[in-house]
Write a protein that binds this ligand. Structure first.
Ligand SMILES: [Zn+2]
Length: 417
């Protein structure tokens, strides 16, 4: 999930402290928080309750549960509370009441006093957009006292997983409006001695897909919304494993392999998009359970001292997120391309391609068309068709990543008020 970095808040705080340092007589050593909390809402019932907190900008949060009495604690950077607590502290559904405050010089804390045991089903922060404030959302589900402890462990895992994603996006360059740009890895198929398919006009697949990828990279960068890297930028051979490793090393948000292969049936034509097949995906999950990949992926999650059980939950979450993300991306790309270029029948496909096997980087493979088909070859060599195809992919990624902001790892996300 994409979130704004919050480093600025901490930095401003330190700078303010530094400014105060020369005035030991100053009674109040208070830094003015940069982020303002402007309101809160609670919706739902005794089975499921959603807590929404309005903020002037997205912040990093940590969510955890405490028993005796049942509480959900949300730790945040220093906030300025611009509303009257008296009118907001009454609860509803699973939340009996809630309160807030600066619990230390470095942070604010929200405490949700629960009416009974409840687990954090989801927690996320949506950046400010379309005139809406940034929103912190915590979804609670009724649970049993016995389950409370177990669920609390899972909730802390979720928070850890989110913290990891924030750290990950922190490293990327920040664009206008301080929005963090997703990193896309483009992977032009074949190269060097591996020419890929060759059609009647003898221009090999490796050349066509490299040209196309270079243009797509340029178009994506032009939007200012994406960071783009390529697995190869010239006519060289790159091993499949190295392509996957490249995307994993960069912790890419999405890897897109580009091909234009040949099939025996020359009548088959049109574009299609692949994700990893279920069977291959299951095999990866099994591999992940042990061995080298397991420790690699865990290292990538930057979670120190995770117990075996927590590690398992994290790996499972990562796999599920990667799979869901890939399938959603495939759908979006197919939808968008279908509006401007011809597609094959059943354009949403799956296969056990090696290049789709990164356990922690969502990956799709776009077959632009088939060089074995005369019409496709003609199209693939046309500047006009290439423009349309690339524009469609750019548009799909814009839509996809914008929607992604409003979604958690689950398949469907109820609309946030
Ligand atoms: Zn190919």
């Amino acid at each position: 999930m994409i979130r704004k970095a919050v480093r600025r808040t901490g930095l401003a705080f330190l700078l303010t402290l530094a400014a105060f340092a020369g005035h030991p007589g100053s009674a109040e050593l208070s830094a003015e928080p940069v982020v303002t909390a402007s309101g809160a809402r609670i919706a739902g019932d005794q089975a499921r309750t959603r807590f929404v907190f309005d903020l002037s900008e997205a912040v990093e949060m940590t969510v955890f549960s405490l028993a005796d009495p049942y509480r959900i604690v949300i730790d945040l950077p220093p906030l300025r509370f611009s509303f009257d607590q008296g009118t907001n502290s009454l609860g509803r559904g699973l939340i009996a009441r809630w309160r807030y405050g600066q619990f230390s010089s470095e942070g604010s804390r929200l405490i949700l006093d629960l009416a009974g045991p409840a687990s954090v089903d989801r927690s996320f922060v949506l950046p400010a957009q379309n005139g809406q404030p940034a929103r912190l959302v915590v979804d609670l589900l009724k649970t049993t006292p016995d389950a409370f402890r177990a669920v609390a462990a899972a909730a802390s895992v979720r928070a850890a997983s989110q913290a990891q994603r924030i750290r990950k996006t922190d490293r990327l360059p920040v664009g206008a409006g301080r929005r963090v740009r997703p990193l896309i890895v483009l992977d032009p198929g074949h190269g060097g001695v591996d020419t890929g398919a060759v059609g009647r006009k003898r221009i090999p697949e490796k050349t066509i897909v490299l040209d196309f990828s270079s243009m797509l990279k340029h178009k994506l960068e032009e939007t200012g919304e994406f960071e783009v890297k390529m697995t190869r930028t010239e006519d060289v051979f790159v091993r499949l494993k190295d392509r996957v490793d490249f995307a994993r090393r960069l912790e890419a948000d999405l890897m897109i392999s580009i091909h234009a292969d040949s099939v025996r049936q020359r009548s088959v034509k049109g574009a299609s998009v692949y994700t990893l097949s279920d069977r291959a995906s299951d095999a990866i999950s099994a591999e992940l359970a042990e061995g080298e990949t397991r420790s690699e992926v865990l290292a990538g999650l930057h979670i120190a001292d995770a117990t075996e059980e927590v590690s398992d939950i994290l790996l499972d979450l990562t796999r599920r997120e990667t799979t869901n993300f890939s399938i959603h991306a495939k759908r979006q790309v197919v939808t968008s391309m279908g509006k401007s270029i011809p597609l094959v029948n059943n354009p949403m496909r799956s296969a056990a391609f090696r290049v789709l096997r990164a356990p922690d980087v969502p990956s799709i493979l776009v077959e632009l068309g088939f060089l074995s088909n005369r019409d496709d070859e003609k199209r693939l060599l046309t500047a006009e068709w290439r423009e349309r195809a690339a524009d469609a992919i750019v548009h799909s990624l814009q839509t996809f990543f914008a929607a992604r902001l409003a979604k958690s790892s689950e398949q469907s996300e109820p609309k946030v008020e």
